[in-house]
Design a protein around this ligand. Structure first.
Ligand code: ATP
Ligand code: MG
Length: 600
């Protein structure tokens, strides 16, 4: 009693949360939803009508045993068949409509959510694993999809059917109606309580299953390390342990499902039958009901089972869905800190870049950058040096506004970066990240980022210019060769592909985070050649403004200015030639010592 009271108390609140979502995603499908409602009502009506015809039929046969009017009987039989057929057709149409409404709504929600997540800050993404987001956008939305379709169709349909059955029976005989109403309420309470009994066991089984999946995923992900370190035995032992747990929890859950739930459910409905039958016999003997009405009573009692079970099951689903809904709504409520600006004029092909006393901290923790001030004139390139963790990559992230500075201002052509419209800014800034992402897609799609407007005639010369021609010739299907995400490309090749992407984009500002891994001399030669190409502007001549996080001597030899970072602060900045010529400079010392040894 207490439990159902609590559930009852929580429900209005939950529906309150659900309503706006239903409204947002069902409203655009208005006519279809109305049709669905109509089919629902029609289906319930037809289900109630058919047994009443059988009941009439029986009564007619019994009362007029000798001289039964053939044509009336025939008419009833035909109507019965028509009603049954129509029930099936309407149900089919309803199921189709509800699936369509449900999936259309869910797909819209999934779209909205994915777009929303893409716009959220990097700090949001850093704090979450890809698996978690997949679970939100796919798992939770799928479970909401069932609310959109099944909830409406099944709970409302079942509820209507149940009310209809009880109403028809009450209209025929008050006592029958009352008895069956009491039975339905008791059955519902008992079934609900039994299900609750099994819930923790099913939850334990699901938990064991997800732990096993997580374990396998992580170990397969780390296969190289596991093998190399001879950790196979340990992994198998862990697998064994989780497997055993899954088996025990699974068996326990099935035992409860089989014994208690099936047994109790059957017991409840057999009791219901017994009550209905006894009541029917008693009423018939006391001439309170005809044999046809007794048939109707028994038939309707049997028909109560399906809606009772459905509603019970759906309520359980609904509870799970409410958890999904809560998570989805929390996600929707998040707003990105980095907001697009109104748009600032971009005066030149290559912008002037200025950092004015910039400071930055990830997640409001220790500052990663402090007092960063420097200026790059249009077309100048800056070589950024510093030990690992000194904040080089962070500077490039601030420039394409993956984060905004905590202090200070970054300006492009004199305009605060925050004024720029995000899409436009990223259109003008080309980025090659430290570890290049290759997607599982064709070479063409990897280069164009799925932009179908870029013709092959533009791709091929770029690949040739960057020295990827021989590489492309080795690919079995040329531009159509499907690359395996991440695998199958050397670090140098991946970097060259990323250069090609930037080339096609032709941005005015280039941010290049050199891979810190060492390259073989041939790849290094190719990269240097490609870099030289990349720094020159495509059409207008001149050069791109560029910030290059450099790890190699040959790269720093190419740039106009040098900046050395140490623990997020600038320790040296100036024209490369001047620093090179000054034997007391850090840069000159780095060159003397060989860059890599010192910076590693
Ligand atoms: P490397 O040469 O190894 O690439 P880096 O100079 O590029 O190093 P950054 O990646 O800019 O270094 O990192 C600077 C500091 O910020 C490091 O201490 C790092 O731990 C921290 N950091 C980097 N990325 C994040 C992040 N997403 N969240 C929190 N802290 C971060
Ligand atoms: Mg870095």
């Amino acid at each position: 009693m207490t439990a159902s009271h609590v559930a009852g108390g929580a429900k209005p609140l939950q529906f309150g949360r659900l309503a706006p979502l239903l409204w947002t995603y069902l409203r655009p499908q208005g006519p279809r939803v109305l049709l669905l409602a109509a089919s629902l009502i029609a289906s319930v009506g037809l289900q109630l009508v058919a047994p009443q015809m059988t009941s009439r039929f029986i009564d007619l046969v019994v009362s007029l045993a000798a001289a039964a009017p053939q044509n009336r009987l025939l008419l009833l039989a035909v109507l019965f068949i028509a009603a049954t057929l129509a029930t099936q057709l309407v149900r089919l149409a309803g199921a189709y409509l509800s699936a369509q409404v449900g999936w259309t709504a869910a797909n819209r929600l999934r779209d909205d959510l994915a777009r929303h997540c893409l716009a959220l800050d990097m700090s949001f993404h850093n704090a979450r694993t890809p698996g978690e987001l997949i679970e939100r956008i796919d798992g939770d939305v799928s479970s909401l999809a069932s609310v959109f379709s099944q909830f409406v169709f099944q709970i409302l349909g079942s509820g209507l059917l149940m009310i209809g059955i009880l109403a028809v029976l009450t209209a025929q005989n008050l006592w029958i109606g009352l008895t069956l109403t009491v039975f339905a309420a008791a059955a519902f309470a008992i079934l609900h309580a039994t299900r609750r009994l099994g819930m923790p066991l099913f939850a334990a089984e699901r938990q064991a299953r997800s732990e096993l999946a997580g374990f396998v995923e992580e170990r397969i992900g780390g296969l190289d390390d596991v093998r190399a370190n001879g950790g196979g035995g340990h992994v198998m032992l862990g697998l064994e342990r989780l497997n055993t747990r899954l088996t025990t929890t699974g068996v326990r859950a099935i035992r409860v499902a089989a014994i208690y739930i099936v047994l109790i459910t059957n017991a409840v409905f057999i009791t219901g039958f017994g009550v209905a039958l006894s009541l029917g016999v008693w009423l018939f003997q006391h001439r309170e009901a005809t044999i046809g009405q007794v048939y109707l009573l028994v038939q309707f009692t049997a028909m109560l089972r399906a809606p009772l079970e459905t509603i019970g099951g759906q309520i359980q689903d609904l509870q799970r869905t409410m958890a999904s809904l809560g998570r989805v709504q929390d996600l929707q409520a998040m707003t990105p800190r980095v907001q697009s600006g109104p748009g600032a004029a971009w005066r030149r092909p290559s912008p002037q870049v200025e950092f004015d006393d910039v400071g930055f901290a990830y997640n409001d923790a220790e500052p990663v950058l402090a007092d960063i001030s420097f200026r790059l004139e249009p077309g100048q390139s800056l070589g950024l040096l510093g030990r690992t963790g000194s904040g080089k990559t962070t500077i490039t992230r601030l420039l394409c506004r993956l984060y905004d500075p905590t202090f200070g201002v970054i300006r492009l052509d004199g305009h605060d970066l925050r004024e720029a419209e995000l899409g436009e800014l990223r259109h003008h800034v080309g980025v090659v990240t430290q570890d290049v992402q290759i997607f599982q897609a064709s070479v063409r799609d990897n280069l164009t980022f799925f932009d179908l407007d870029i013709p092959d005639a533009r791709l091929l010369p770029v690949l040739q210019d960057l020295g990827l021609g021989p590489w492309l010739d080795r690919q079995s299907d040329g531009l159509d060769t499907v690359l395996l995400g991440g695998g199958g490309l050397s670090a140098g090749e991946a970097q060259l592909l990323a250069f090609a992407r930037v080339f096609l984009k032709n941005p005015g500002l280039l941010l290049l985070d050199e891979a810190s891994s060492r390259l073989d001399p041939v790849s290094e030669g190719l990269i240097n050649h490609a870099l030289e190409q990349l720094l020159g502007l495509g059409l207008g001549g001149g050069r791109r403004t560029a910030i290059i996080v450099a790890h190699r001597l040959s790269t720093v030899r190419r740039v106009d200015r040098i900046m050395i970072l140490e623990r997020g602060r600038i320790v040296e900045e100036g024209r490369r030639e001047a620093l090179e010529a000054d034997p007391s400079s850090r840069f000159a010392a780095l060159l003397r010592a060989g860059l890599e040894e010192v910076l590693a």
